[in-house]
Design a protein around this ligand. Structure first.
Ligand code: ASP
Length: 353
């Protein structure tokens, strides 16, 4: 089954880049003689507001992890981004289930949550898991109880818009079931428009290097829309949807999570960078590995290429950055300390998919 990309569902896309607000460096930072150019923040293409906020905080002296989480909180709070947090597309029962992970380079600690319901900022919960437990990953009811214990507010994450999208999917799932989309007296094959309302992926990944040279990252998502309840993607799995090594760099991903779960893609990218590859080369190598490992015919198009997309984002210790997707058309946002802009990712395959 082919799937449309999450980008079709992003109502907040930014055409072209925007200039960075000139946040002044804090006086402590100025005294240390740290230059803004030492910092970098990268995110998936839906993160232009996240990179802006994260860089503003870094320029004020924030740790990279606090900065990138504050950045992605904007997207989690945005009901119009149907791939993350509030307004994320739900599971097959119409319930929003969120996954997120954080990784802190200087202490090499991580925290994550999976299948978390009712809490719009799973990335912030993941950080508390990292800081206030001896564990890395909490799931489902346990994650929700933990979030409640730490004062996170519960709310219904299903917006009217995402409820309507889910209902449309349900009503077009099959001509054999009893749910019918709106139809007229002459209509036949009612409910056969599934192709138009296909499942989607969507996520934000954000990585940052702060003024102390420390690297951290976050990935947060509502995952695959209309998923089987309890399905967990790559986003909360350290090494798959996010990985940080403070001495080398960081990588994260969006797209078909199952491909990253079976290839440990983010840790692979960091290891390629450790071997001397540039961030972009390392991302492209991970794309190639996924292509090489995709053998199930149901996941291949008529030309034998993967019928899905995955995108990677990476930075290294020197502050160099790179991004690549299996297929042409991916995008990422980069704040280099001066300019905040959206760019096309490198890619290995050219459409049509
Ligand atoms: N990687 C996410 C997942 O599989 C979805 C996405 O990034 O589009 O849950």
């Amino acid at each position: 089954m082919s799937r449309v990309t999450r980008r079709m569902f992003l109502s907040t896309t930014v055409a072209g880049g925007i200039a960075a607000a000139a946040t002044p460096l804090s006086s402590a930072v100025q005294k240390k003689g740290i230059a803004a150019r030492d910092a970098v923040v990268i995110s998936s293409g839906n993160g232009i507001a996240a990179t802006e906020r994260a860089m503003a905080m870094i320029r004020q002296g924030s740790d990279a992890l606090d900065a990138v989480i504050a950045g992605v909180n904007i997207v989690e709070d945005d009901p119009n981004d149907m791939t993350v947090g509030l307004g994320g597309l739900p599971n097959e029962l119409g319930i929003v289930e969120l996954d997120a992970s954080v990784m802190h380079g200087p202490t090499h600690r991580a925290g994550s949550v999976a299948s978390l319901r009712n809490i719009k900022n799973p990335s912030s919960v993941a950080k508390v898991v990292m800081e206030r437990t001896d564990h890395v990953l909490l799931v489902g009811e346990g994650a929700l109880n933990f979030a409640r214990m730490h004062g996170f507010k519960e709310e219904n994450l299903l917006t009217e818009e995402s409820r309507k999208m889910w209902l449309k999917w349900k009503e077009n799932l099959s001509t054999e079931d009893d749910y019918l989309p709106p139809h007229g007296i002459d209509d036949r094959d009612i409910g056969s428009r599934l192709h138009e309302v296909m499942q989607t992926y969507g996520t934000i990944n954000c990585l940052g290097k702060d003024l102390n040279g420390n690297i951290s990252g976050v990935t947060t998502t509502s995952g695959l829309s209309y998923k089987i309840p309890g399905r967990v993607g790559d986003s909360p799995i350290i090494g798959a949807g996010l990985y940080v090594d403070n001495e080398v760099g960081a990588a994260g991903s969006t797209g078909r999570g199952e491909a990253n779960l079976t290839n440990c893609s983010s840790v692979m990218i960091v290891e390629f960078m450790r071997q001397g590859k540039s961030p972009e080369e390392a991302c492209l190598m991970a794309c190639q590995r996924i292509i090489d490992h995709t053998r199930m015919k149901r996941l291949l198009n008529k030309d034998g290429k993967p019928d899905f997309n995955v995108s990677f984002y990476a930075i290294n210790k020197k502050g160099e950055h790179g991004s690549a997707s299996l297929w042409q058309g991916g995008s990422y946002c980069l704040h280099d300390g001066v300019t905040n802009k959206k760019y096309e990712t490198a890619y290995l395959l050219k459409g049509p998919r």
